[in-house]
Write a protein that binds this ligand. Structure first.
Ligand SMILES: [Zn+2]
Length: 300
């Protein structure tokens, strides 16, 4: 019996031994680590600088993150100034030439899709954080598919020995993804034209995809904390219009949403916003499953 066990262990060891180092990927947000894992499978090791309960606009460029970014072969971040407060510093401190802007290992997802809210007049001195187009593209699975196609190509270039693997894996993922999109769209039929008040401009791509109407925001400007006077004006808006729900992200303080919910009697719904935003959301598929389930649940 012992001998048999030994043989099995030896065979397993032979087959599971890593022949080459994995592609080391540093991502800024969990959704990109999840996408990297979908395409890269067991050939990559993906790390996310932020987690689902964190606001990706504002984090500290901690020494532990510098240690991680230093070893990265590939950097995947959202861009469109989402990480402007912390990524440039991390990149400078990384002393890693492979992932600097312009290099093959510098992958900015918003570069590969059409951005909404682009070209609007914004004033960052007044706290407006979205001055070069809305960065929250991951809430639209169609845009995510566009990013996946580009990412697969970059992985093939960076790790040519495994190019076939990335190509096949990304195709498998995209096939499954496009099927899932059809299912989500069917589930979300009931949401068409629904009026929503959102905490931050986090879901304009989701709204664009599913034909939701986000009529107002709890933040008076993107990145500016809700004020009592602004919330009072939203209360008036909600009385004059048929608003179906108030939505906020798991990482956001629910206080303002709850304030409005209490007075307007419109349900405030917490959404995961990304992978790890709640217990149900552990990959890209469950992220959309859960988001749509919560939205549909609010109108039923
Ligand atoms: Zn934002």
């Amino acid at each position: 019996m012992k001998k048999l066990q030994l043989i099995i262990i030896t065979i397993l060891a032979l087959y599971t031994q890593p022949s080459v180092a994995k592609l080391n990927i540093f991502t800024c947000e969990p959704e990109w680590a999840a996408l990297a894992n979908e395409i890269g499978g067991n050939k990559v090791k993906a790390f996310s600088a932020t987690h689902g309960k964190q606001d990706p606009h504002y984090i500290q460029a901690r020494p532990s993150l510098i240690a991680k970014i230093r070893k990265a072969d590939l950097l995947i971040c959202t861009g469109a100034e989402l990480e402007i407060g912390w990524l440039p510093l991390l990149l400078r401190k990384s002393a890693n030439k492979d992932i600097q802007p312009g290099e093959k290992g510098y992958f900015i997802t918003t570069s590969f899709v059409k951005l909404l809210d682009k070209g609007g007049i914004a004033d960052r001195s007044r706290g407006d954080v979205h001055t070069s187009g809305n960065p929250h593209i991951h809430a639209d699975p169609r845009r995510l598919a566009q990013v996946a196609e580009k990412l697969s190509v970059v992985m093939q270039q960076l790790d040519p020995n495994n190019a076939d693997y990335y190509q096949q894996n990304s195709q498998l993922f995209l096939d499954k993804w496009h099927e899932a999109i059809i299912v989500w769209q069917t589930q979300a039929e009931v949401l068409k034209g629904r009026k929503i008040i959102a905490h931050h401009k986090s879901w304009i791509y989701l709204a664009n995809w599913l034909n939701l109407e986000i009529i107002a925001y709890l933040e008076p400007k993107p990145g500016v904390a809700p004020t009592t006077s602004h919330l009072s004006s939203l209360l008036k808006t909600s009385e004059s219009q048929q608003v179906d729900m108030i939505i906020y992200a798991a990482y956001q303080n629910p206080k303002s949403a709850k304030w409005l919910e209490k007075r307007s009697k419109i349900a405030a719904i917490e959404l995961p916003f990304t992978i790890g935003g709640n217990k149900q959301t552990d990959d890209l598929f469950s992220f959309f499953d859960d988001t749509i389930k919560r939205l549909v649940g609010a109108v039923k």
